[in-house]
Design a protein around this ligand. Structure first.
Ligand code: ADP
Length: 260
């Protein structure tokens, strides 16, 4: 707790952030950015001031999802984040690169240092929630990020195939080792809904999420179907317009946890 306090003190001095939530996954491509953004939008629709810190430096996808093309600028307050149409503050390495498709070929310590600066140098203003799209996996970079930003809790994103392996438990154990509370699991791409009859089809067989959640003693915050309509919104940079209540309960649970 003591070190968390000191990390909080390193925040950009003109900003105040009430709650910091990390979104993690055992590996890339399971929808970590998707879930980060969906939670951000749902909490923002409830009237909270929200920021997204894109800590997935080598695979930054947040700006594109929201159609943000402008670059971040700096002034005497710090680095000024960009914002979505509905005023979610966003900071990502993509807002600093000349070309969006420039590869980030930095080594681990530089990656971690950049993320740290997104905490210490960015003028976030007053936020109720800062959501962090964490680097995937349990390697060196995510570990350093865990140690450099005061996380109040994490959400673990999994795909159905993920649940079969030990990946989820690894992510869970890493959080535990760092004394960070696990808010719950989100199972992404867990089914598709038939557009004609509405029937839910489990593409990967019966879900294992309940089994795992019992085993590690963590709640399931929600299950998200593969949704081609939202996938198209992502491609158009219009993610914020999604219409899906699949994480509404998750947002409510998060609200309740931090209201205490
Ligand atoms: P990660 O951050 O874990 O690497 P992303 O969130 O970038 O993964 O998701 C990978 C790709 O899959 C993206 O193009 C994203 O829009 C798409 N995607 C993720 N979840 C869903 C979903 N539930 N329905 C449709 N497309 C999805």
């Amino acid at each position: 707790e003591h070190s968390k306090q000191s990390l909080y003190e390193e925040l950009n001095m003109y900003s105040s952030v009430k709650n910091v939530i990390g979104v993690v996954s055992g590996k890339g491509g399971v929808g970590k950015s998707f879930v980060t953004s969906m939670l951000a939008v749902l909490l923002s629709r409830k009237g909270y001031n929200i920021g997204i810190l894109d800590a997935d430096i080598t695979g930054p996808s947040i700006p594109k999802m929201f159609g943000i093309t402008k670059k971040a600028k700096g002034n005497e307050l710090g680095i000024i984040p960009e914002h979505t149409h509905n005023n979610i503050q966003v900071m990502s390495v993509n807002l600093l690169l000349e070309q969006e498709d420039d590869p980030v070929i930095w080594r681990g310590p530089i990656l971690a240092n950049t993320v740290k600066q997104f905490w210490t140098e960015v003028y976030w203003g007053e936020l109720d929630y800062l959501l962090i799209d964490m680097p995937p996996g349990t390697g060196d970079v995510p570990l350093t990020v865990f140690q450099s930003i005061p996380l109040d809790g994490i959400v673990i994103v999994t795909s159905p195939q993920d649940l079969v392996s030990m990946i989820v438990k690894k992510a869970y154990n890493m959080a535990k080792m760092m004394n960070i509370s696990v808010l719950g699991l989100v199972e992404n791409m867990s089914y598709v809904k038939c557009p004609d009859c509405g029937k839910e089809i489990n593409l990967f067989g019966k879900s294992k999420s309940e089994e795992i959640s019992k085993e590690i003693g963590v709640d399931i915050l929600g299950r998200i179907p593969i949704d081609p309509v939202i996938a198209q919104l992502v491609d158009k940079g219009e993610f914020e317009r999604f219409d899906c209540d699949c994480l509404a309960d998750a947002a409510k649970q998060i609200e309740n946890i931090f209201a205490k």
